[in-house]
Design a binder for this molecule. Structure first.
Ligand code: NAG
Ligand code: NAG
Length: 545
């Protein structure tokens, strides 16, 4: 039993702890910039490529967009549902360095599709709607390239699927609307078929399709963690066997489309055998039908579940976000923190059935003690509702776009009009008062090829003095394909550092060891950052193979 005195001290400690929490929850940081007010389309899907250009597309069957195809080109597609001849673009390339866009030509409907950058840096996009359902389309990172279409590249038509790149560089495409199976691209003799996955059907309950755009992460053992609705499995896709079944997320509310929470694989230590997943937000069970049929907009979920997926007896740890959110996007920042941005506080995904935009992002610090991980950031002014997107850029900013493309691109007589703008959120690590803490990488140069397990001396400069070599870390992040609050392939590794040493007046060297297998880091392009006391350098592109 506590004495009065210890009780008093205990209360003071509690008070201090709660003040600390309160401070964090009230602290606001980061800043917003409007990059372009009109890119001509609404950014429904985004992927950053290794030439610092972001490929963006909306849907093709929504009437004319607000940007013309170049050189008087028109799309002539008798199967299009709205315009058979359409001289507007539904995809654009955003060039970060010049803050400008270039219209692209996509033939068939890419609405609610999925994708992944491959190991040679090409974006492979799969599926869509109508005439796009079985399509595979590729986009090479080059300043004059355009989309290439591969008819019947998929065996099964796929709409709202999730893709993931695999250790051998191929990709898996999982689920989709009424699609309870997976397939691969490209295919080999033994994978030239679809593989049944009843889990996707079993999680289609109640019949609101809360199993769409499942959250898929490559575990460090090479199996795939697949979360749909309110539960998850670990799948050995090579033998089509479920090797582990995880407990239901506490509360049992659905987290996938249209409830639409978001999820990340938390940053992995380079030679680790442990992996954790964080799932945040969504909408309580039944919210979609209430919104769609009864105009009743239920408050979104304010909880996150965190689970060590490699644990022999995995359990969810629940945490409470300072803001409830559906349709949030989770972006891993260069320093390993997670930005939760976009979305709404009521309703669900779907056309016009969300309310109360959440304008303030929240940063989650995975390494802080539980109870002091969330920090509210400064708000923007543009609601980012259904079909909004967010991806990390090489300079550490987060590119944010899209919202509510309305039928025929209507901008009037709708509650949340079609949004054609692009914004950038700059986390507070980009503030000028951090400039003397900010490392600048001087070696290796851009696009360096790295072998699995390679040790590399990374050199950087600092304009201020280096106070503690233990506060230097090197991170690498795979740029993800973002749509519908799901960032496919988003993955960060924290490299093991041997020693940091001074090599000149303001120059330093850190000896880092890269991950030793494609199970930890599938082959391809990553952004590499040197981080000093949570302040990241600008990233450089590297290619691991
Ligand atoms: C885009 O919108 C502006 C303003 O409404 C309009 O003047 C312009 O013609 C539109 N462009 C296209 C290609 O639709
Ligand atoms: C969208 O615009 C079209 C053409 O101007 C109009 O017929 C239609 O009613 C509009 N829809 C809404 C929801 O405002």
């Amino acid at each position: 039993m506590m004495t009065k005195k210890t009780n008093f001290v205990f209360n003071i400690i509690l008070l201090l702890l709660s003040c600390h929490d309160l401070n964090l929850a009230n602290a606001a940081g980061g800043k917003w910039d409007l990059l372009m007010s009109n890119i001509g389309i609404s950014a429904m899907h985004m992927q950053l490529l290794n030439n610092d250009r972001v490929i963006i597309y909306d849907r093709t069957d929504f009437g004319a967009s607000n940007i013309s195809l170049p050189n008087g080109k028109c799309r002539n597609n008798p199967k299009d549902l709205v315009l058979k001849i359409d001289c507007t673009a539904h995809s654009v390339e955003y060039d970060v360095s010049t803050n400008s866009i270039r219209p692209l030509m996509v033939q068939t409907d890419v609405w609610c599709s999925s994708g992944s950058a491959t190991s040679d840096g090409t974006l492979v996009q799969t599926g869509g709607f109508n005439d796009g359902r079985n399509m595979v389309r590729t986009f090479k990172p080059c300043s004059t390239c355009d989309w290439q279409e591969i008819g019947n590249g998929l065996i099964q038509s796929r709409w709202y699927s999730t893709n993931h790149i695999l250790p051998d560089g191929s990709q898996i495409i999982i689920g989709g609307r009424d699609t309870f199976n997976y397939e691969f691209f490209p295919k080999t003799a033994s994978t030239n078929k679809v593989f049944n996955l009843p889990f996707i059907q079993q999680t289609n309950v109640p019949k609101e399709e809360n199993n769409l755009y499942p959250f898929v992460f490559l575990n460090v053992d090479g199996n795939l963690f697949i979360f749909a609705n309110n539960r998850a499995i670990l799948l050995d896709y090579t033998t089509n066997t479920i090797v582990k079944t995880y407990p239901q997320i506490p509360g049992g509310d659905p987290r996938n489309y249209p409830s639409t929470g978001s999820a990340v694989l938390l940053p992995l230590k380079a030679q680790t055998i442990q992996a954790e997943v964080l799932v945040c937000g969504g909408a309580p069970i039944g919210s979609y039908l209430k919104a769609a049929r009864a105009n009743t907009f239920v408050g979104a979920l304010n909880t996150c579940g965190r689970i060590t997926i490699t644990d022999p007896n995995p359990q969810w740890n629940m945490e409470t976000m300072p803001l409830a959110r559906t349709m949030g996007d989770m972006v891993i920042l260069p320093n390993g923190n997670v930005l939760i941005v976009n979305g709404a506080a009521a309703g669900t995904a779907g056309w016009g059935i969300a309310r109360n935009p959440v304008l303030s992002p929240v940063i989650y610090r995975p390494d802080n003690p539980s109870g002091s991980r969330f920090e509210i950031q400064n708000p923007n002014a543009i609601p980012r509702m259904y079909h909004s997107t967010a991806v990390l850029l090489r300079d550490g900013r987060v590119l944010v776009g899209g919202s509510n493309p309305n039928e025929l691109y209507n901008f009037t007589r709708v509650l949340f009009p079609t949004d054609l703008s692009l914004e950038a959120f700059s986390p507070s690590y980009l503030d000028s008062n951090s400039a003397n803490l900010r490392p600048q990488i001087i070696f290796p140069g851009s696009h360096k090829k790295i072998k699995y397990g390679q040790r590399l001396n990374i050199r950087f400069t600092l304009s201020g003095s280096l106070v503690n070599t233990n506060l230097i870390k090197v991170t690498m992040v795979a740029p993800g394909f973002n749509t519908h609050s799901n960032t496919m392939n988003q993955r960060m590794l924290i490299l093991s550092n041997e020693k940091v040493k001074r090599t000149g007046i303001l120059t330093y060297q850190v000896s880092s060891i890269f991950p030793n297998s494609g199970k930890l880091a599938p082959p391809g392009y990553y952004l590499l950052f040197v981080v000093n006391q949570d302040i990241p350098s600008e990233g450089i592109w590297i290619k691991i193979q």
